[in-house]
Ligand binder design. Structure first.
Ligand SMILES: [Zn+2]
Length: 447
């Protein structure tokens, strides 16, 4: 089995890769200026010559595009879709991403865009050990989100079979009848599936599954470890979005590889003014890179993903790939602030998934913040597998220990008594989020 999907590109040495990136930055910026109404106008109004943008540093001259910018530059706000770069005849599919607020954002993909997206997933799958002979159940939804469809197209390029379930609630007989070797889903869906299998007499750790791919949301390292224990297989992380990021962990699990030749990823400070220093946490800002001569339906330069990460390394990975690696991105929308300290949903998850807790908990949780100027109360609810036998004191203690481990300032506020944490335990399906449709919101600020 070939270990790389595109060996030449994936193992290109750093200097050649950087040169390729610069060549594509130049071409992509020129393309934007020629074919995107938004950029054509911008370059004209700012009297900047697109050929002056030559390198990664020069990208700072261009505006940062947010979801809001996209909404403001499409009907009904403007006459045309100003980020659309091709004629209607060249559009293959149209997508809308709903987001949490406001009108959906429109994306136009050409067949070339599909192939580039699929290549990114194919590289990621191959780096995780998938290949011909594998049968993979895709639990991600097919539809306006491009993820599931591009994975399916990637499988075609790899000679791999896909079982396009679209949801993780598929009948357990799928596992029995087709003996899939992998499943793509979110951590929680894969945990629930394992429980359903157990209930029907199939041990997840004795099933045909050889590896799992977790995606769709950020997660704590602890929850991955637990999922690996339950299934007794490696779990690999992926990070993807309609805007074109598709990063994936390889078998070495030392960060997610960014397909640097196709997407340029910068890490900015919170004010979005400058790059952070290497190794510091910041906002992911993406620029699509086009191979010279190719076209794209929607072009975004400097797109603010509202996710944060840290660059792990730009050195060659033990897997042989040279493309940079990043930490599991976290969603800024899942961060709340208490006395100037950030708390991300993943921090809560880490506290819940302390290993000893999982002898009593099923992993489902939610947290709410209440309070005023003076005092903040965080109420953490967790589901016990058996409420009659649940060691709440031990769980709370483990949670507190893990939660404050890297948050000394917050711990100070906690010991002063202006930040309180209270714990609540329920039985299975006892949490509030079950009453609300859609993806569970696990950290909600009610102040
Ligand atoms: Zn690697």
């Amino acid at each position: 089995m070939e270990f790389y999907f595109n060996k030449k590109i994936e193992t290109m040495n750093r200097d050649d890769l950087d040169a390729l990136v610069e060549e594509r930055i130049k071409y992509t910026v020129k393309y934007a200026c020629q074919y995107s109404p938004f950029y054509r106008k911008w370059f004209k109004e700012n009297r900047i010559d697109s050929s002056d943008i030559k390198s990664h540093e020069d990208l700072r001259e261009l505006p940062i595009i947010t979801g809001k910018t996209l909404r403001e530059k499409q009907p009904p706000e403007t006459e045309d879709f100003e980020f659309k770069c091709v004629d209607w005849d060249d559009v293959y599919t149209i997508h809308e991403t709903s987001g949490t607020s406001g009108a959906p954002k429109s994306f136009f993909l050409t067949w070339d865009d599909w192939n580039r997206y699929a290549e990114k997933y194919a590289r990621s799958f191959v780096s995780q050990g998938f290949g011909q002979g594998d049968r993979v159940v895709v639990c991600a939804s097919y539809g306006m989100n491009v993820g599931a469809n591009t994975m399916t197209l990637a499988a075609q390029k790899m000679g791999m079979a896909i079982i396009p379930e679209g949801k993780c609630t598929f009948p357990v007989r799928i596992i029995k009848n087709y003996e899939p070797t992998g499943i793509v889903g979110s951590i929680f869906k894969l945990l629930r599936l394992a429980r359903r299998m157990e209930a029907e007499g199939i041990s997840p750790n004795e099933s045909s599954i050889k590896r799992l791919v977790a995606g769709g949301e950020s997660f704590a390292e602890e929850s991955r470890e637990y999922l690996e224990e339950v299934w007794d297989v490696p779990v690999y992380n992926t990070y993807g979005s309609t805007e074109g990021t598709m990063c994936g962990e390889c078998v070495k699990k030392v960060g997610l590889h960014v397909p640097e030749d196709l997407v340029h990823l910068d890490v900015y400070d919170p004010q979005l003014e400058n790059f952070v220093d290497e190794g510091e946490c910041g906002r992911i800002v993406l620029t699509t890179l086009l191979p010279v001569g190719e076209k794209t339906g929607t072009l975004l330069l400097n797109y603010d993903t509202e996710d944060t990460t840290v660059v792990v390394s730009r050195d060659k990975c033990p897997c042989g790939r040279t493309h940079m690696r990043i930490l599991n991105p976290q969603r800024e929308a899942e961060t709340v602030w208490v006395a100037g300290n950030p708390i991300n949903r993943v921090d809560i998850e880490q506290g819940v998934f302390q290993r000893d807790n999982l002898d009593y908990l099923n992993g489902e949780y939610e947290a709410f913040l209440y309070g005023d100027e003076v005092e903040t109360v965080m109420r953490v609810s967790m589901e016990c597998s058996d409420p009659a036998d649940c060691d709440g004191d031990m769980i709370s203690e483990n949670f507190i220990k893990s939660f404050f481990k890297f948050k000394p300032n917050l711990q100070q506020v906690y010991s002063e008594g202006t930040f309180k944490i209270i714990f609540n335990f329920t039985g299975p399906e006892g949490l509030e989020f079950y009453k609300i449709r859609g993806r569970p919101k696990r950290l909600i600020d009610r102040r």
